[in-house]
Design a protein around this ligand. Structure first.
Ligand SMILES: [Zn+2]
Length: 419
C-alpha cells in the first residue's frame, strides 16, 4: 500500500466512523421524542374515534375536566407533527394541541358534554404504524367516571389507564343571553317581500348562539327558541336568572323611507339606566361588537345609538340591542333573508362579544383563567410565527386573542396564548 493509498484508506475509515457516529446521534435524537401526528377522525352511532399515528408506543395519562367539558390527554416525551384537520361535530367541538413542560404533549378535546372516554394503543398493522386510538362515546350511566379508577384489561393492547376527575367548576363559562326580538302574534316589522322581523331575528339569534357555543369558555342561551311571544321585562329577567354576563337582543329596523339602510346598535340612555356600572359595561361591550361588525355590515350610524328600550333595562346584565339592518329596505331585506349573510353577521357579532370578554374577562371565568396562566414574554429574536410554532397554536389565534392586526411584536411584550 502506498502512502497515498494508506492516507485515503484511513481518511475513508475516519469518514466512515464519523458517519456511523452521526447516524447513532441521529437515531438517538429520533429516539428521544415520540412523534405524534394525525388525527384521523371518524364518527358513527354517536361514537367518535380519533386515531393518532405515533412513531412508537406512547406513554400517556388522561383526565376529564368540567366547565367546559374537556378531555385532556398528556402524551409524555412526545412532539407533534402536522395539523389536526377537524371541523367539530356533536361530540367534540375542537381538538387543540399544545406543548407542556418536560416534553409533554397535551391534546385537548373540547367536548360538547361530559363523555365516556377510552384510549387504546394499537400495534402496527398493514399500512399503519403504531397508533393511539381515542374513543369517545355517550356517558355510560351505569359506569360513571369516578375518582382515580385504574382500569386494566387482559390484553396488552389496552394499557392500564388512570382516569382522574378533577372538579374544575371554579372556572366557569361566560354566559351570553341571546334574545330574538318579537315572536308569536307580534311579527315585528314586515319587509317589502313579506318577510317578518320575528323570523329573521330568530334565525340570526340561533346562528349567533351556535357560533358562541363553538367557543371554549363561552356558552349561549336563547331567550326564545321558537315562535312565541315573551313579555319584554321577562326577557331580561330570564337573562338575570341564568346569570348571564351579557344580553344581546336581535332585531331588524324599519323606516317609512325605503332608502334608509344599515346596522345600528343601541344601549340605554343615561336617564333610563338603573345602574351606572352596568350601563358602562353595556357601552363597552356594544362598542366592541360595533367595531367587529364594521367589516361585515354597512353601518347605519358609526356610533352607538341610545334609547329607552324596556328589554335593555336589566340592573345586572350588560345589554345591547342590535338592529341588524332595515327590513323596509329591499336590498337590506334580501341580505337579511340570506342564510349565508346571516351566518357572516352572526360570526362577526360573536367576534365582537369574544374580544370584549378577552379584554375584560369576568373573575372566575375560564377565559380569565386562560389569560392568567398562559403567557409568553417576547424575547429578542422571537417572531409571532416562531411563538405560534413553539406553542402549537395558529398565528391567527394568537393575533385574535391579543387583538393584533399585524404580526409586529416587541421585546418584553407579554402575549396571551390560546389553550
Ligand atoms: Zn324589533
Amino acid at each position: 500500500m502506498k502512502t497515498h493509498a494508506l492516507k485515503t484508506f484511513l481518511l475513508s475509515h475516519n469518514l466512515f466512523f464519523l458517519l456511523k457516529l452521526f447516524l447513532i446521534v441521529l437515531s438517538q435524537s429520533a429516539n428521544a421524542l415520540t412523534v405524534v401526528s394525525g388525527a384521523r377522525v371518524t364518527t358513527k352511532h354517536n361514537i367518535m374515534k380519533a386515531v393518532f399515528d405515533v412513531s412508537k408506543p406512547v406513554q400517556y395519562n388522561y383526565f376529564q375536566l368540567h366547565n367546559p367539558p374537556r378531555l385532556v390527554i398528556d402524551v409524555y416525551h412526545a412532539t407533534f407533527k402536522n395539523k389536526v384537520r377537524f371541523q367539530g361535530n356533536n361530540i367534540v367541538k375542537k381538538i387543540r394541541i399544545g406543548k407542556q413542560a418536560n416534553n409533554t404533549l397535551r391534546l385537548v378535546f373540547d367536548l360538547t358534554q361530559q363523555k365516556s372516554v377510552k384510549l387504546f394503543k394499537l400495534k402496527p398493522k398493514g399500512k399503519y404504524e403504531h397508533r393511539l386510538l381515542v374513543k369517545i362515546s355517550k356517558l355510560d350511566k351505569k359506569y360513571p367516571i369516578k375518582k382515580h379508577i385504574t382500569k386494566t384489561t387482559k390484553t396488552q393492547k389496552i394499557k392500564s389507564i388512570l382516569v382522574k376527575e378533577i372538579n374544575n367548576s371554579k372556572f366557569r363559562d361566560i354566559i351570553i343571553a341571546i334574545d330574538a326580538g318579537h315572536g308569536g302574534n307580534d311579527t315585528g316589522a314586515i319587509g317589502p317581500s313579506g318577510s317578518t322581523e320575528k323570523d329573521i331575528s330568530l334565525s340570526i339569534a340561533k346562528k349567533l348562539a351556535a357560533s358562541i357555543n363553538k367557543e371554549v369558555g363561552m356558552k349561549a342561551i336563547l331567550i326564545r327558541k321558537n315562535d312565541t311571544l315573551i313579555p319584554l321585562a321577562r326577557r331580561f329577567l330570564m337573562a338575570e336568572k341564568a346569570k348571564a354576563d351579557l344580553f344581546v337582543s336581535i332585531h331588524t329596523n324599519a323606516n317609512k323611507n325605503s332608502q334608509v339602510n344599515g346596522l345600528s346598535i343601541y344601549v340605554l340612555r343615561n336617564r333610563s339606566a338603573r345602574s351606572k356600572s352596568n350601563l358602562y359595561a353595556s357601552v363597552k361591550s356594544a362598542n366592541s361588537v360595533l367595531f367587529a361588525v364594521k367589516k361585515t355590515a354597512k353601518l347605519h350610524k358609526k356610533n352607538l345609538m341610545r334609547a329607552g328600550f324596556m328589554v335593555l333595562k336589566s340592573r345586572k346584565v350588560p345589554s345591547m340591542l342590535i338592529e341588524t339592518a332595515y327590513i323596509s329596505n329591499p336590498s337590506d331585506e334580501k341580505k337579511l333573508k340570506n342564510k349565508e349573510q346571516q351566518q357572516k353577521l352572526a360570526n362577526a357579532i360573536k367576534h365582537g362579544i369574544k374580544s370584549y370578554f378577552y379584554q375584560t374577562p369576568p373573575t372566575g371565568s375560564w377565559i380569565a383563567q386562560q389569560l392568567s396562566t398562559k403567557k409568553h414574554k417576547v424575547k429578542r429574536g422571537d417572531t409571532l410565527s416562531s411563538i405560534a410554532q413553539t406553542y402549537h397554536v395558529s398565528l391567527r389565534a394568537i393575533k385574535r386573542l391579543n387583538n393584533k392586526r399585524s404580526s409586529r411584536i416587541y421585546v418584553g411584550e407579554v402575549l396571551a396564548l390560546p389553550l
